[in-house]
Design a protein around this ligand. Structure first.
Ligand code: SDX
Length: 425
């Protein structure tokens, strides 16, 4: 066993060294506090591995992203979102028979309990769909039982994948004041979502194959991303043995943040603001660099990718293709391309290795599909759901699982005695 030597206050400690299948190296500090009384300190966990995992591999320097060893570029080109869900959940690409059974299970469980519709009615039409989604997913435990985390795992994974799509579509219909459209088992997973969102009971709705294919690819690109903020939240909550529905609801809450999945909505807001300001994108590049301004170039930067986000490259091409195919000239796309071009030549962004991330172009495609900005992060959540579930399944199947409980360095008041209020000044 390779070890790393730590010298602390004159004492030496040998710490085991781990190496992953892609040769990532980690120093195992699980016994450090017991041996030395010291802990490691890493706010934001930027240099801390919380687990070993077999689900997703990212090489941020090389711009590599693979699900279960398969490059994202190949999956986006050749696979389908449902097939990628199977791959993430079970570790291998399915046979034809396995895929057919999986699709049948997802179709069979796509309805939600009729009583859940009453809950949608309780929200004002202006309610943000992410708030509704998180609450409704948590409420699935009310209808399907607060079952122990390790009971009915296969059934509840299927229920969640099948029903969250319906909940998302119903939340959208609620915000539009339109009647709910129920799932249709003969449609594809993504085609069924599009139909539930955009069709009306009063007329035939044509699902554009271009839109269906583009959205399916977007879901594939969002399906997992190792230990990001929302997935780490899922692992944190799941480590307490909370039921799967509550655990995923916590992941939805974390994804909503504008620094995380909420960025795709903020990107469009930013681009529309720039468009309204005479398309003066150079002004906003300078604002993003100005430390006295709290303006950030939304959709830019990433904790892990230090060259480019491979998903952004694919989405940029998809945005061009979708807009050209459906014949939309969106000035926001031109503003985005100009922002990217100028930023990638600017030392501020180059020195900080800030490049477009997955959220930079996805919103432009959603907008071209007629999806409103407040639904963008819901689409991200639908794409990320199989990754959350796969990571949760991997963690809870580990017999050595212990509840996640980080330590801290206390910097508050030292011991002091209580004083009666009459003696306080
Ligand atoms: C996602 O982790 C994942 O994998 C997430 C995700 C996934 O698939 O799950 O990939 C999805 O969340 C993508 C990121 C979406 N968020 C945004 O686009 C919001 C804008 N981006 C930033 O807020 C930021 O880049 C983060 C949050 C993405 C990353 O933050 P870090 O790693 O903590 O970087 P940082 O804030 O420490 O920034 C380092 C420097 C700072 O400047 P200095 O203090 O060194 O002078 O870069 C600057 C920052 O000010 N900087 C930016 C910037 N992002 C970082 N400056 C202007 N615009 C930006 N967008």
């Amino acid at each position: 066993m390779e070890t790393a030597k730590l010298i602390l206050r004159g004492k030496e400690y040998d710490l085991p060294v781990l190496e992953g299948t892609e040769h990532e190296v980690g120093i195992d500090v699980t016994a450090l506090r017991a041996k030395s009384g010291a802990i490691t300190f890493d706010p934001g966990y930027g240099n801390t591995g919380s687990c070993t995992s077999t689900v997703t591999f990212i090489d941020g320097e090389a711009g590599i992203l693979r699900y279960r060893g398969y490059p994202i570029e190949q999956l986006a080109e050749h696979s389908s979102f449902v097939e990628v869900c199977y791959l993430l959940l079970y570790g291998d690409l399915p046979t034809e028979n396995q895929l057919a059974n999986f699709k049948g299970e997802l179709a069979h469980h796509s309805l939600i309990h009729e009583d859940m519709k009453k809950m949608f009615e309780g929200y004002p039409p202006t309610a943000h769909p992410m708030g509704i989604l998180g609450a409704m997913v948590n409420s699935l435990a009310a209808f399907y039982g607060d079952v122990p985390y390790n009971q009915d795992v296969q059934l509840n994974m299927i229920r969640l994948l099948a029903k969250m799509k319906t909940i998302a579509a119903f939340a959208f219909k609620r915000s539009k004041g339109q009647p709910y459209v129920y799932p249709k088992n003969e449609l594809s997973f993504t085609g069924d979502l599009i139909n539930m969102m955009f069709s009306l009971p009063t007329e035939h709705y044509h699902i554009s194959p271009i839109i269906e294919d583009a959205l399916d690819k977007i879901f594939i690109l969002h399906a997992d991303h190792e230990q990001n903020c929302s997935t780490s939240t899922v692992r944190m909550v799941g480590s307490s043995h909370a039921n799967l529905f509550a655990t995923i609801s916590a992941g939805i809450a974390a994804l909503w943040g504008p620094l995380h999945g909420g960025a795709n909505q903020e990107v469009i807001t930013m681009l529309e603001h720039i468009k309204a300001d005479d398309c003066n994108y150079r002004k906003y590049i300078e604002l993003a660099k100005d430390k006295n301004s709290d303006f950030k170039l939304m959709g830019f930067g990433h904790r892990v990718y230090r060259n480019f986000d491979p998903r952004a490259k694919i989405l940029k091409e998809a945005a061009d293709r979708v807009l050209n195919t459906i014949g939309i000239q969106d000035p926001l796309l031109e503003i985005a391309k100009n922002l990217e071009r100028v930023a990638l030549e600017d030392p501020y962004f180059v020195e900080r290795k800030l490049y477009p991330n997955v959220d930079f172009y996805s919103g432009i495609i959603y907008k071209a599909m007629g999806i409103p900005t407040n639904m963008f992060t819901v689409m991200f959540a639908l794409g990320r759901l199989p990754g959350w579930i796969a990571q949760w399944k991997e963690m809870t199947a580990d017999p050595t699982l212990r509840i996640y409980r980080p330590r801290q360095i206390y910097t508050g008041e030292v011991l002091r005695d209580y004083t009666p209020i009459s003696e306080r000044n």
